[in-house]
Design a protein around this ligand. Structure first.
Ligand code: NAD
Ligand code: LMR
Length: 329
């Protein structure tokens, strides 16, 4: 049996960076056949059709079929994995919150189409920004689909955080572990090094030898660098991150399906963990066990960390309230 994967916005930049890696087996493994559904809006169909032609020319052993459509019911029919990428990307000078109204209308109908047509084991990852609140809208619109089947991508933020730590500590990135992202995929996010390790040693100790006052470095350098990395990429490239975002999407989905041996980060629907209001899609430290995200519970949070998390969660509350006021929830 092949896995049916629906990618919205498949004719766009991240879509193009995702499709070939999925077809090559990077996401679900080299033994798993895949059927791809490329869902676009009419203006994006040509891009998706072009990608479909190139997928054919890739002659991928694992690729059973490719279908391009602008009809959500067809696009999500029987889908096991949905990657909701299609949205309007942020341009120079825009904050992610500016995109709420533009994107709110996309994720409600897509959530409904998923509820109507997707397979009973569907897992949905929202990449399109503002990712957390778009995931909230999709989950709330998907009657009958358990809320824990929806998640928002914050793996890119975690990867950025680990890479920054690797650079300052002059250590391999693979040796940096347990750097969860809390809150929103936005400038308020909290990349948390409290429990992080480098080659098995506390990152906080290693940092103290390199950066002087660690709290000052975290507040003034590390956190802004990670949290504003998306804007930095936009500034330098002239458009938002693509290949790194596709890579993080693949890692997130692979871990969700196959399980994790350690913590990672994902935006998941809160059931009140760590005081995050129930129903919000917030990033937490998570593990994946038996195909389900599980929040790592019982971590000690000092006052500073608590304040950082609360600020990001307050932004999520604001986004939810804005969307409610638009009548979307
Ligand atoms: P892009 O403009 O290149 O592609 C977006 C595609 O989505 C376009 O082809 C467009 O036609 C399509 N689209 C728009 N509305 C659609 C709908 N209703 N149904 C299906 N397709 C639709 O943008 P991109 O660079 O691929 O970025 C996509 C999204 O991902 C943006 O919102 C961006 O901000 C976000 N993003 C998120 C992260 C993250 O870490 N969560 C990282 C990078 C980018
Ligand atoms: C990113 O983090 O690179 C994306 O979310 C794009 C953005 O708007 O920052």
């Amino acid at each position: 049996m092949a896995t049916t994967i629906t990618i919205t916005g498949a004719g766009g930049q991240i879509g193009y960076a995702l499709l070939f890696r999925i077809a090559a087996g990077d996401m679900l493994g080299h033994g798993e056949k895949v059927r791809l559904r490329l869902l676009e809006i009419p203006q994006g169909l040509k891009g998706a059709e072009g990608a479909a032609l190139e997928l054919q020319d890739g002659a991928f052993d694992l690729l059973e079929s490719v279908e391009v459509t602008d009809d959500a019911a067809t696009g999500f029919d029987g889908c096991n994995v949905a990657l909701l990428v299609g949205a309007r990307p942020r341009g120079p000078g825009m904050e992610r919150g500016d995109l709420l109204a533009a994107n709110a209308g996309i994720f409600g109908p897509q959530g409904r189409a998923i509820a109507d047509r997707a397979a009973s084991d569907v897992r949905v990852t929202v990449v399109g920004n503002p990712a957390n609140t778009n995931a909230l809208i999709a989950a709330a619109s998907a009657d009958g689909v358990p809320a824990d089947r929806f998640s928002a991508l914050t793996r890119l933020d975690e990867n950025r955080a680990r890479a920054q730590l690797a650079a300052v500590l002059d250590a391999p990135v693979a040796s940096i572990r347990r750097v969860p992202i809390w809150g929103n995929h936005s400038a308020t996010q909290f990349p948390d090094v409290t429990h992080a390790t480098v080659e098995g040693r506390p990152v906080l100790d290693a940092l103290a030898e390199r950066v002087g006052d660690v709290r000052t470095w975290l507040e003034g350098t590390f956190i802004p660098r990670v949290a504003k990395r998306g804007a930095e990429i936009i500034e330098v490239r002239g458009s938002s991150s693509v290949a790194s975002a596709a890579n993080a999407t693949i890692e997130h989905t692979r871990d969700w399906v196959a399980g994790t041996s350690d913590w990672t980060s994902a935006g998941v629907v809160s059931r009140g963990e760590y005081g995050v209001p129930e129903g919000l899609v917030s990033s937490f430290p998570v593990r994946s066990v038996d195909g389900q995200w599980q929040i790592v519970e019982g971590l000690e949070l000092d006052e500073w960390a608590r304040g950082r998390i609360d600020a990001s969660v307050a932004e999520l509350v604001d986004e939810r309230d804005t969307v409610r006021a638009l009548g979307v929830l």
